[in-house]
Design a protein around this ligand. Structure first.
Ligand code: ADP
Ligand code: MG
Length: 371
């Protein structure tokens, strides 16, 4: 969809911001441009919509050289979101979002319908927000309006330059998750600039790591880059905890889970529960009621008087080591550390137990997928 072919930008003062950069960005994917400050990320992005002209090399959009396209028409096909948003302060949210459709000559009713659809899509209910002015919104809400505005004329390509850079960490986390959900709906080809490797790993289908001097240090999927940074520069940039970050991009699937050696129904007596635990050599077992995970039974709780007349339901305790299907192996690892059980239970949306992941299993799955 977007091809950069040996693109170089030398500014008038002689500064080379981007050097012989070649990249292929497939349609419908999010490509993260990441690297330290001054490595040419913004320059690269602005060459795609011709806010900056390359010194040499070619940039193709859907096979067409962008330098052959009228820049105004080009920018209507490319949504652009920047950190300070650049909303018009004296215009309402509706007018801000409708800017490009207005320029394209859409009629009022169509613009209004499109604006409302987009506000709902970015999580700002239209009735509540359409008549507000930018100063009546939080930073995160302004950023959402910026995204809605960039999507207004349904451009196939979005350029986003550190859009969440000025947002507090908690709102940022939420915006990132919303952004991924939004992308599932809109499936745009997105170039996203960040200096934050965690953001790049969380959001990117692919990551282009750039080094100062505007050279491409590494291009690949987050998994590939974390497994094999390929150079000391990239290894340093992704950080010594790249093994943990790798777990972030490994979803828990049904292959990852194992059948627990014992599962105990709430109705069993403690004597029977202990017999089953001992037969399996386990000291903690998941406890189920109607197939749903309700807690854990520890072997120590099966000892003492009355074990033959007490049921598992009376002795089971809450289990912190649980994680929902669709979460990542990092979530599984975090949950594993919260409990003595030595395994983490994986449940579906209805709390049905799908299986467990032990510490050994986690290690094995992580290494197998890395190989
Ligand atoms: P990043 O977005 O990665 O921080 P930029 O693309 O903004 O980096 O800048 C890359 C390099 O080009 C920096 O060294 C910056 O100082 C320089 N630069 C950016 N814009 C200009 C300009 N208009 N004239 C001269 N040098 C510039
Ligand atoms: Mg920049």
């Amino acid at each position: 969809m977007i091809t950069l072919d040996q693109v170089t930008k030398r500014y008038d003062n002689g500064q080379v911001a981007v050097r012989a950069l070649s990249l292929e960005i497939p349609e419908g994917e999010i490509c993260m441009l990441v690297g330290p400050s001054g490595c040419g990320k913004t320059t690269t992005m602005r060459m795609v919509n011709r806010l900056i002209e390359p010194t040499s090399g070619r940039i193709l959009l859907d096979g067409e050289d962008v330098t052959d396209v009228d820049p105004v028409g080009l920018r209507r096909r490319i949504g652009y979101v920047i950190q300070q948003v650049g909303l018009f302060p004296h215009q309402t949210v509706t007018d801000n979002v409708g800017t490009v459709p207005g320029l394209l000559g859409w009629d009022k009713a169509r613009i209004r319908a499109r604006t409302e659809e987009l506000l709902d899509l970015v999580g700002l209910p239209a009735e509540e927000y359409r008549d507000r002015y930018p100063h009546q919104l939080s930073g995160g809400q302004r950023q959402r309006v910026g995204v809605a505005r960039a999507l207004a004329a349904d451009p196939p390509v979005l350029l986003m330059d550190e859009p969440f850079g000025a947002i507090d960490p908690i709102s940022r986390d939420r915006l990132q998750q919303e952004f991924l959900r939004l992308q599932e709906t809109v499936r745009k080809t997105i170039v996203f600039v960040t200096h934050d490797i965690n953001e790049a790993v969380t959001l990117g289908d692919r990551i282009a790591v750039m080094a100062v001097g505007g050279e491409l240090a590494r291009y690949g999927t987050p998994g590939d880059i974390l497994d094999d940074p390929g150079s000391d520069f990239v290894a340093d940039f992704v950080g010594a905890d790249r093994g943990l970050k790798r777990l972030d991009v490994m979803p828990i699937d049904r292959d990852a889970v194992e059948e627990p050696a014992v599962v105990l129904d709430v109705g069993l007596t403690l004597v029977e529960a202990r017999r089953q635990l001992d037969a399996a050599g386990w000291v903690h077992a998941p406890v189920l009621a109607d197939g749903r995970l309700v807690g854990v039974l520890r072997r120590s709780a099966t000892e003492g008087d009355g074990a033959s007349s007490t049921t598992v339901s009376e002795a089971a305790v809450a289990l912190d080591a649980r994680v929902g299907e669709g979460h990542t192996l990092r979530d599984a690892f975090a949950a594993l550390l919260l409990d003595d059980a030595g395994w983490v239970a994986v449940v579906d949306a209805d709390e049905h137990l799908l299986g467990v992941i032990s510490a050994e299993r986690l290690h094995e799955v992580a290494r197998r997928r890395a190989a």
